[in-house]
Ligand binder design. Structure first.
Ligand code: FE
Length: 133
């Protein structure tokens, strides 16, 4: 994938918190049930923590029981890019922000109908913006 926003690792390191950098740029994973959004139920939009792109809506968020915020789909098919991830002896699909390349989490095919997909996302990669009434 070719992100639209391209910055050096030094720039990202300056702009992101150490926790954000470890997940978004180094593909780390926050511990389950540790993040600020797995048990978060307000209405609004979850933006990319690195670039602000609106990636997921609370309308497609569901309780997966995994301890990570989980969504049935992104706000648009082009907003979240995917790639094969064969690290840690597993075969998974990585999810990234298509706008800046930030690592978000992984996509699994055991989600709820109708999409059947489960976007398992790190809270650290997201920034929640409440819906304006
Ligand atoms: Fe982004």
């Amino acid at each position: 994938m070719k992100p639209k926003i391209v910055k050096s690792e030094d720039e990202w390191r300056r702009e992101l918190t150490p926790e954000q950098y470890a997940v978004c740029r180094q593909k780390g994973t926050e511990p389950a049930f540790s993040g600020r959004y797995w048990d978060h139920h307000e209405s609004g939009i979850y933006r990319c923590a690195a670039c602000g792109e609106p990636l997921f809506s609370s309308e497609t968020k569901f309780d997966s029981g995994t301890g990570w915020p989980s969504f049935a789909q992104p706000t648009g098919p082009a907003r979240v890019a995917t790639a094969e991830d064969r690290t840690l002896g597993m075969r998974r699909t990585e999810a990234m922000c298509a706008n800046c390349g930030a690592h978000l989490g992984h996509v699994f095919d055991d989600g709820p109908v109708p999409t059947g997909q489960r976007y398992c996302i790190n809270s650290v990669s997201l920034d929640f913006a409440p819906k304006k009434e």
